[in-house]
Write a protein that binds this ligand. Sequence first.
Ligand SMILES: *Cc1c(COP(=O)(O)O)cnc(C)c1O
Length: 376
Amino acid sequence: MIFFNKPYLTGKETQYIFDAVKSGKISGNGDFTQKCNMYFEDRYGFKKCLLTSSCTDALEMCALLLDIKPGDEVIVPSYTFVSTANAFILRGANIIFADSSEINPNIDENKIVELITSKTKAIVVVHYAGIACNMDKIMQIAEKHNLFVIEDAAQAIDSYYSGKPLGSIGHLSAFSFHETKNIISGEGGMLVVNDDRFIKRAEIIWEKGTNRAAFWRGEIDKYGWVDVGSSFLPSEIVAAFLYAQIEEMDKIQTKRQKIWIEYYKGLVALEQKGYFKLPFIPDFATNNGHMFYVVCKNEDERDNLIKYLKENGVYAVFHYQSLHKSPFYENRYKGKELKNCDFYSDCLLRLPFYFELEIDEINTICKLISKFYNAK
Ligand SMILES: *Cc1c(COP(=O)(O)O)cnc(C)c1O
């Protein structure tokens, strides 16, 4: 059996959790949380990092920080996880769904302008599979129309756009440490604030609408309720787990990139024969080894390939039903057909991808795929 995902443990997680428990401080914003936040700020030059309980939480913080109100419009790609849209729906926003590009599942930067109206507040981009969107173009559009940009960088840790770390370009960004991502803490995430205007308020919203973080730093002599907020910060137990992962991040990334290249080498000949498409990485983007996928010709072929792999002990999965066609949204959707998004939704297939995946397992998977196509 080759599973689709297997969370990797460095071995230090339980030690650090034990240390956190022993320290007597296991609620949020303790030593481990601060060490994680500082690590990401130092390594990637993010202005302010705040660990959250999930990327979903970080996205909800973005919606609060931007003061999204009923009637505001937010442009969101339809090919993404539900939280990218839900975070703004919760504040009453109208989601304006954007199509994917033809070259890869990222938002098509050439189809954003036509979606902008006087009610538009923000553009949310998703760096699908950790591959950067065309950020120069998107930031130019945002600047021209006075909009905020949020990077849903859930899959994009340690990946770059023209030398800039993903998550450092938009006004706000959100990362995920869910067990299916590169660096994990079970459930977990992080808000990144790149625009100074949001830094102080982000910390308050994070701490349930209080100025407790400033109080702990000794900046004020009592803390209280100063704004809206919620409990977005994770416990020290989660942060301790994450810190163990961070310490081995380079090792994890190197291995994951090796897995990606092995898949590519094993499948590129079949792509050249025209059986399917492999991920496309633009020149401005790096590859952080988050996932490997193939794009089949049609839904039937994709579903048959999943079935064939499963019969042979390999669990491959598809994902992202176009959000504009989801049971929750389809009756509300008033926009155009989103052809590329629907295509990826029908045809994209994700292959097993995790740190401990062995090279011969990858070879087995590639051979199975080859057999599937040659038998047709
Ligand atoms: C995983 C993921 C999320 C959600 O992350 P959580 O940490 O599970 O909340 C959001 N957006 C994208 C693009 C994701 O891949």
